[in-house]
Every structure is written in C-alpha cells, then in structure tokens.
Design a protein around this ligand. Structure first.
Ligand code: GLY
Length: 477
C-alpha cells in the first residue's frame, strides 16, 4: 500500500511502535507474519492481496509472504523477504528492492526468508519464547506450523497472550496520522453515500447501486473496507444478496466504507427512501433511530463504558417504540430482560481502525479486556465493545430498528416478552424492512467527535441528497 499521509515520518513511526512493543514483551522473540496471496480458483489466479493489519501497523509493507522478527533483548528487528528473481520482474515488473522495503519500514536488517527458520530453530533450542498473534487464515496456520515444527492445533493454542494484550493496547489508541487516514477514507465514503442516494430510484437494482459506490472508491485507488451492504432488505443485518429491484416506497440501506490506501477503514450506514421522500411512518421510525444515535454520540466520553452507552441507547429506543405502540412497560426493565432486541438485535458499535472491526482477530481482549465476560443474552452478545472508553479510541455508533419477519414469528409463537412487546401492532410493520444510521467517532479528552465530512443524516438532508443529480466519479477528493 502507498499514498502515506504527507508530513509524517512513517519509517520512524513504525520503528517507534516496534520499540515500544519490544520493551513491553521483554524476552524471547516476536514473530510477525505477513499474509500470503489466496488462490481464487487455481494458484496463479488470486484474490486481491490484503496485508495482515498487524503487519501493516508495525511495518507498513503491503507485499505477500513477508515476515519480521523482533528481538526484545537485542533491541532490533529483521525483515525477511524473497529477492525478486527474473521471472518476477518479467511477470510483475521491477518492484522495490528488499533494502528499499526495509528502509520504508524503518528496519536496518533484511534477510532471505530461509534464515527465518534458522533464527526460530535457535530460539526453540535456547528455550526462548516465540511470541506470535492468533492466525486467522489456513495459509498462516500452516506457515506457522511449518516454521515452529508443530501441528495446526498447537499453533492455535500457542499464541502469546501478552503480545495480544500489548498490541491491543497500542493499536486501540489512534494517532493523529491514523485519524488522517480514516478521514481520508471517509471523504470518499461521503461521495459513495451521496452518489447512492442520488442514483437510487424505483426500478433500480441493488447491484447497480453497489457497483456505483464501489467504482467511486476504486477510481480513487481505494478498496472497500468490507463487503458493502446495499439493500432494500435492511432488516437482514449483513445482507449479501444484491438481486432485488428497488420498489417504490421502499427504504434503501447502504452500509459501506472505503479503505484508505494505507489500509484504514471507514464504516458508514445511511438509510434513505428509494423515491426520495420518506413516508410518515418511515419518518417516525427514522427519527427514533436518529435520536438514539445522536444521544449515544453525546454520551461517548472517556471513562464511560460502551456497555452503558449501549444500555442507555436501548432505553431511548424502547421509549420511542412505546410512542408508536410497538412496546410497552418500563423501559429499563424491558432492556434488562432483552425485549428491545426484537427490534435491535446487535450492539451499538465496535472499534475501528486498520480493520473495520478493529483487531477482532485478537478476540474479546480488545472490546472487553481480561475481566469482563461477554454476555450470552440475545442481542447483547453481539456487543463487540463494552469497556470504558479512552481518548484515542475510534468507534462506530450504529443503532438500528429492524422488523425481521422470522424473528417476529418465532418470538410471537413463544409469547416471548409479551409484557413489553405489542405483537398485534408489530404485525403492521412486518414488511417495513430496517433502518440503521452509523457514524465513526473519535473519543477525545472531553467527549467525542464525529469523523469525516458531514454525510446527509437528518430527514431534510437525506431527502435533499436523494434529489441531487449524480456526482461525477472524478475529480478526486
Ligand atoms: N458495517 C459492517 C459491520 O460492522 O459488520
């Protein structure tokens, strides 16, 4: 990846990040594995390459098959990279030399990948711990198994908890240079969302809208941070199907975000009327979601747990649903029982950074820490971030109200939470779909700040954006 923010000495940034993690780990060696190319249907035809996010954070190099060793006692790092042979030059062109790569990462030493095995064999012989992070792809599991001369299961159980904790602590606090990257991604995401609102019309196909937003990012050398969700079935939380023709009177939910060339995510959701005008009942539900989102943003500040923000947001939502006759009873009791999860079966948000769900590969240590277990309650179990917020955290705030026919049928047949849910009224909404509104915020020393340019969000702003002509894909932002 390239296109690094001007004004930052990235080799020095990577050097300092590694120095800090070496100091925290103290002994043994740290093995950082970059990702490999993943075959699509045969070895030579691969998916687009995406580097491992930890490797990006500590070295910034986006090239397949790299590895790095950090030696805490010696205070140094070695990059392992294959020297490009003539075949690589013929087929892929002359790339940067390995020395140039090492220099870009602020690393003094670069060695042939075969030397990596020698270093690891020596560390094992000397009974020095080899610290590594949990691998999430089969190729990394097998690469680690070969390097550590062990089996795939042992690779999974041998991960370094202290390394996971320290990486999680370090990567959770975003620097100014990282915020710049996220805002760069968001400036393109703004274009994607405005273009989608402008292009949608009854009779359009979901796939056209999805293709449009992806072309906007691609033409600016940005990938999507995750598979975009562009659908009239907003009630399907991660809808992957894009087959539907957009009907008049339907809402379109667009949950998508560009990824900056350095790998930083953005993750925005907007929901808008396909024909440009919300109906009265769509407005009512939209206003509840918007109120919940704005109040949740307002609550996010250092020291407040995201679990408390989630719980308070659920309470505000229940109060709103009560005004429409969909829920009843005491809001706090309804939330405690989990009744609101019929309409809002996910968490209020998650960490975001080099991953859209930042560091989800490290597990709950990121969002919960070591002491707090994740709840098993339906809905709450999908809350990915619960811990107290700290200045420098970047999070999503993404409440939604959904009418999920299968879930309504199931709960109603079980008479679940009847004290709080008015199923007769819910039946009136069974074909409504879903509304989610999502922004990305930075926790500051005194509160929080919504990142990126303002993307149409209030009802008048959204309706106006729906009535605009489609923006050209170029010029660049
Ligand atoms: N925006 C997709 C997700 O958070 O999973």
């Amino acid at each position: 990846m390239s296109d690094k923010s001007a004004g930052h000495n990235w080799p020095e940034i990577y050097r300092r990040r590694r120095e800090r993690i070496r100091d925290r780990i103290g002994d043994g060696v740290i093995l950082w594995l970059g990702n490999s190319l993943q075959p699509r249907n045969y070895e030579g035809n691969t998916y687009p390459f995406r580097q491992n996010s930890h490797f990006l954070y500590y070295a910034g190099l986006s090239k397949p098959e790299l590895a790095m060793l950090s030696f805490p006692d010696a205070g140094r790092d070695i990059l392992f990279a294959e020297s490009p042979g003539i075949d690589t030059v013929i087929w892929n062109g002359p790339g940067p030399s390995n020395e140039d790569l090492a220099q870009d990462a602020g690393i003094d030493a670069v060695q042939d990948p075969r030397r990596l095995q020698t270093h690891l064999d020596l560390a094992r012989k000397q009974e020095r711990p080899i610290h590594y992070l949990p691998p999430y792809s089969a190729s990394s599991i097998y690469r680690l198994a070969a390097l550590l001369k062990t089996g795939p299961e042992e690779v999974k159980t041998g991960v370094s908890e202290i390394l996971m904790e320290e990486v999680s602590k370090q990567r959770s606090l975003k620097s100014e240079a990282e915020i710049e990257q996220i805002e760069k991604a968001l400036s393109v995401t703004d274009r994607m969302h405005r273009a989608c609102m402008a292009a949608a019309r009854p009779g359009a196909r979901e796939i056209e809208l999805s293709g449009l937003i992806q072309s906007i990012a691609l033409s600016r050398n940005m990938q999507q941070a995750f598979n975009p969700i562009v659908t009239v079935h907003g009630e399907v939380l991660h809808n992957d199907s894009k087959e539907t023709v957009v009907g008049d009177g339907r809402l379109v939910l667009n949950d998508s975000g560009a990824e900056s060339p350095m790998g930083y995510a953005s993750d925005i959701t907007r929901t808008f009327p396909a024909n440009g005008k919300f109906t009265d009942i769509q407005k009512e539900i939209y206003q509840i979601v918007l109120r919940v989102q704005l109040e949740a943003i307002d609550m996010a500040k250092p020291g407040v747990t995201y679990r408390d923000v989630h719980t308070a947001a659920c309470g505000i939502m229940v109060d709103g649903l009560k005004t429409l006759g969909l829920m009843r009873g005491d809001a706090a009791e309804a939330v405690e029982a989990g009744a609101h999860a019929l309409f809002f079966p996910h968490g209020i948000g998650h960490m975001m950074g080099l991953d859209v769900h930042d560091m989800e590969d490290l597990g709950d240590i990121v969002g919960y820490g070591k002491k707090e277990p994740r709840s098993g309650q339906f809905g709450l179990k999908y809350l990915r971030l619960s811990r107290p917020l700290e200045p420098g955290f970047v999070l999503t705030v993404e409440p939604g109200i959904y009418f999920i026919p299968a879930l309504i049928d199931r709960w109603q047949s079980e008479r679940r939470h009847e004290a709080f849910i008015n199923y007769d009224r819910v039946r009136d909404f069974v074909t409504f779909g879903g509304i989610r509104i999502e922004d990305n915020i930075l926790v500051t020393s005194s509160g929080s700040k919504v990142l990126g340019p303002p993307i149409p969000k209030t009802i008048p702003e959204v309706e106006e954006a729906c009535g605009c002509s489609i923006q050209p894909v170029w010029p660049p932002v």
